[in-house]
Ligand binder design. Structure first.
Ligand SMILES: [Fe+2]
Ligand SMILES: [Fe+2]
Ligand SMILES: [Fe+2]
Length: 266
């Protein structure tokens, strides 16, 4: 059973309802695969097709919504959405015999992992990213971000510091080529983020924290976005890429601390 948990809610009703429906279809397919029905493979394949059609409709609605609010990640999202449809289109459903069960279960697992990552890593920011002229030039760690767990708070402060260094590079008009500095700070950010997530997850395990799986999913989605970054694109258009990247990092991280990490302390 793949749970559509509260951390997947983005706060826009139409989109949330459609995401919930996608999970409902995925769970129907999983239940069918787990059953003893004779025709379960044929029916599963039909349902995967239905999932694809529903996802396409949903992506269309979501893209229209993003267009209407001038969401800066529209192009990125369009690409991610078409990757999802391609993956289903490329799947060879004709696989016969005993391999069918494993094949369909794996495909479903891939699709649901993609959905979790995409919703938490990208959709969650719909309506939260600011237009270019309203973006801030800095990220400051204030008391509102404190979780009350000193180790976690110190690590969050360090993350803010690294991001702040990226802001400084962005605002420095005297460096002509910022590529090397951007790449080195991104590396630092990635490594420190992984280190921090491990610590945070270890702490949650220790206190038997009930939302650990949701946190793990969120962390994984964030790391995946960092790993998927197109470095060549950074070199082509340093200033704009940096600006978009910082907007994503700042919004994702502050949102995650305020809505997820702070609950660990409670
Ligand atoms: Fe999306
Ligand atoms: Fe954290
Ligand atoms: Fe976290």
């Amino acid at each position: 059973m793949y749970n559509f948990t509260d951390d997947c809610l983005i706060g826009i009703e139409m989109i949330d309802n459609e995401h919930r429906e996608l999970f409902r279809i995925v769970n129907d397919i999983q239940n069918l695969l787990d059953s003893d029905a004779n025709d379960k493979y044929d029916r599963s394949i039909e349902m995967i097709d239905r999932l694809k059609e529903y996802a396409k409709e949903h992506f269309r609605h979501e893209e229209l919504y993003m267009e209407s609010i001038d969401h800066p990640e529209l192009e990125l999202q369009k690409k991610q959405h078409s990757d999802f449809c391609d993956k289903i289109n490329e799947a060879d459903m004709t696989i016969a015999g005993s391999g069918q069960d494993e094949f369909l279960t794996d495909l479903l697992k891939f699709l649901v992992t993609w959905l979790y990552r995409h919703i938490i890593g990208s959709d969650l920011l719909i309506g939260k990213l600011r237009p270019v002229n309203e973006r801030s030039q800095k990220i400051e760690f204030t008391d509102k971000y404190l979780t009350g767990i000193s180790q976690i708070d110190e690590e969050h402060k360090e993350l803010f510091r690294i991001i702040d260094n990226l802001y400084s590079v962005m605002n420095d008009d005297f460096i002509a080529d910022k590529y090397d500095e951007i790449i080195s700070l991104l590396e630092q950010l990635k490594n420190y983020t992984k280190f921090h997530f491990e610590d945070e997850e270890a702490y949650m395990k220790k206190i038997n924290y009930k939302d650990l799986p949701a946190q793990q999913r969120a962390h994984e989605a964030f790391i995946a976005r960092l790993d998927d970054m197109d470095l060549a694109h950074i070199d082509e258009n340093q200033q704009d890429t940096l600006e978009e990247l910082l907007e994503f990092l700042t919004e994702w991280l502050t949102n995650h601390i305020l809505h997820s990490d702070k609950n660990i302390g409670k």
